[in-house]
Design a protein around this ligand. Sequence first.
Ligand code: KIV
Length: 265
Amino acid sequence: MTTVASIQDPEKPLTMLTAYDAPTARLADEVGIEMVLVGDSIGNAVFGHDSTLQVTMSDMLRATKSVAGAVEDALVVTDLPFLSYGVDRAQTLENAGRLLKDAGGHAVKIESGPHTVELTEAMTDLGIPVMAHVGLTPQHVHGVGGYTRQGTTAEHAAEMLDLAKAHEKAGAFSLVIEHVPREVGAAASDELDIPVIGIGAGPDTDGQVLVVDDAVGLSDRIPPFAEAFGDVRAEMRTAIERYRDAVESGAFPSEAHSHSEGLDL
Ligand code: KIV
């Protein structure tokens, strides 16, 4: 079973993939994905929003419960959604706790800033493992003006690394770093003891994460740093068209799909 302890000092790159439902989580777990992330990207991937900002605690609780109930080995990390943390300290701790206690997650992920250092320490002290997240933090989309590359100057990259180190010191067990130059991903991995999971951060981090819809080829469009390893969208489209055609032509349901009790009606 993957735990926050077992992913420290990995011998090969760690794999993390998002999942928002039980069937996807079960598949990821069965093929040996080490960490399943119930990302607040559920807002884009599942609900069709253009950002993650509308995702609520109840969305995350429902999805986390489905995912946590489906996996046997993977570590289930779940996002604290926009404004569920940082506004009120007690509320932050309660929300983080609910994702473990009520929904069965194993750890929370928090989009990190200077204000989350103390929160990371408090959560860790209470027994809530925290994964930090620096670089592109999609909950700040309006503040940064889009889903743009981060850490593109030496000064900004150094600030980001300092923030990452502050979260490590505060007790974070791992760090996600998103949409940064590969040398920033590499430096984070070198300079931090905890495993650094990259997304759009080059090949030199301790692991990689992708949004599952991007990875399987279900998304309409994918970020430049992602790769579609399949074409589920085309497969689904073909299956849905076949279903439509079969119903319209009367080929479905066939005798094999029907039963009779010989009722005289
Ligand atoms: O919400 C999410 O899916 C994420 C990953 C992209 C890291 O935060």
